[in-house]
Design a protein around this ligand. Structure first.
Ligand SMILES: Cc1cc2nc3c(=O)[nH]c(=O)nc-3n(C[C@H](O)[C@H](O)[C@H](O)COP(=O)(O)OP(=O)(O)OC[C@H]3O[C@@H](n4cnc5c(N)ncnc54)[C@H](O)[C@@H]3O)c2cc1C
Length: 395
């Protein structure tokens, strides 16, 4: 395993640090990291950061240069996210750039690439992802949103659920059932792009326990989609849906050891600041032992990630360890947030307007929000099934 930067990587790291020092406005540094971003941070406030990124080709750093990205390999991506996380900058995640962009680059027609990639990169076109349905979550291939093929395109009737940001997105990329007679349920699925202004779409909010409106149910009633909005081949959309997963090997925010380590530092800060009996909460040796265990787990994640990355840099496959990053990271983050709530005692139940600094003051809200980490992007149970089958070769 190689823990040192090569001279080229060290130069790139210095370039990223220089960029952060000179190009990122002060109010966008030192934000709370994790699932919940800095409170009240509006899109417009983050724009100067995104504009600065675009000027370097770093808004979609993994996109090839010809499409306006930086063409970064995984080592550069890790350095970039490490430095951005260290400076606690706003999140870079965006389904249009991370998911749809990669699909259009790999499978889109030239006309689709020209129409959608530029505006998506410039933030002029925002996207939501329409995959899940009431009977198709973990078992996504079960999806049933009916899509009749017509003379000039498609006609949609049915529903999606958990569609993040569908209430504010301009467009939706979605999986639909174009043929329900095929033997295998993975066949007969197609990948479409849909303008959210099309008549017949109803978006109904789902409010979550942490007070957010992030999710929606999205209904389709005789919604017409032009033929030009089909990506890839008709009935072969499953291949596209699956290819998305391969882009998230190292960069999932819930598996970033720096983000998780920061949550642990916050916990330690609270324990040192809170009085207990004659001393402080931190004086409790049992608590310190539990924190040490969490510290070691963060280190395990960090070094396992470096080991996989070293393999990639030597041109090898990253190995089975990448399969567990998301699951292990998300569960570790939950354990930290739960212990933090314990450390805070009754104060940990304060929902908002806590007297504590922001990063330690909303443990209850963060605790409610972090539950999502082991569900989205594949639940922990299903990840375990995949590891059992594909890595451990269990029956
Ligand atoms: C924060 C967040 C954002 C999301 N954003 C989007 C979005 O933008 N677009 C979108 O389409 N979807 C989105 N989702 C939905 C997400 O993809 C699904 O929640 C996820 O795939 C799980 O599906 P489900 O909720 O239907 O649960 P189910 O699949 O019904 O699972 C219910 C429970 O059963 C367990 N289970 C299921 N199958 C098995 C099995 N074979 N073995 C063992 N246990 C099993 C699961 O682990 C889970 O605990 C989002 C979810 C979250 C939490």
């Amino acid at each position: 395993m190689n823990l040192e930067d090569t001279p080229q990587q060290a130069a790139f790291r210095a370039e990223v640090r220089e960029f952060i020092a000179t190009m990122v406005p002060a109010q966008l540094k030192g934000l709370r990291q994790g699932i919940v971003q800095g409170p009240g941070l509006k899109e417009a406030q983050v724009q100067p950061f995104y504009d600065a990124l675009r000027s370097k080709g770093w808004r979609a750093p993994h996109w090839p240069r010809e499409f306006g990205g930086a063409g970064f390999d995984e080592a550069h991506m890790v350095i970039l996210t490490e430095e951005f996380t260290r400076a606690a900058l706003p999140g870079m995640k965006d389904v249009g750039l991370d998911m749809l962009g990669m699909i259009l680059i790999a499978y889109g027609t030239k006309a689709q690439q020209e129409r959608f990639l530029g505006p998506t990169l410039r933030g002029e076109l925002t996207w939501a992802q329409g995959y899940s349905e009431p009977q198709a979550g973990s078992d996504l291939a079960n999806l049933a949103l009916r899509c009749d093929v017509t003379d000039d395109g498609f006609l949609l009737n049915g529903q999606k659920i958990w569609t993040s940001k569908a209430h504010i997105a301009d467009w939706l990329f979605l999986l639909v059932r174009t043929d329900s007679t095929m033997k295998k349920k993975q066949d007969g699925i197609s990948f479409l792009l849909l303008d959210m202004k099309t008549p017949g779409i109803t978006v109904r909010p789902i409010h979550t326990i942490d007070d957010h409106h992030h999710f929606n149910e999205t209904f389709f009633d005789n919604v017409k989609v032009p033929r030009a909005n089909l990506v890839g081949e008709l009935h072969k959309g499953w291949k596209l849906a699956k290819s998305l997963l391969s882009h998230e090997r190292f960069s999932h925010p819930t598996s970033d050891p720096l983000v998780i380590g920061r949550a642990l530092d916050n916990l330690k800060g609270s324990a040192r600041a809170l009085a207990a009996g004659e001393g402080m909460v931190w004086d409790d040796p049992v608590l310190r032992r539990r924190v040490t265990q969490l510290d070691m787990d963060v280190d395990c994640l960090r070094y396992t990630r470096y080991r996989a990355l070293t393999k990639v840099m030597h041109g090898d496959e990253p190995g089975p360890e990448t399969m567990m990053f998301k699951m292990f990271g998300a569960e570790l983050m939950q354990r930290i947030v739960e212990l933090h709530a314990e450390v805070m005692g009754p104060l940990g139940t304060i929902w908002e307007r806590s007297p504590f600094p922001e990063e330690n003051g909303e443990t209850a809200k963060h605790g409610a929000n972090i539950r999502a980490a082991t569900i989205r992007g594949g639940t922990s149970e299903v990840q375990r099934n995949i590891i059992a089958k594909n890595v451990l070769n269990l029956p």
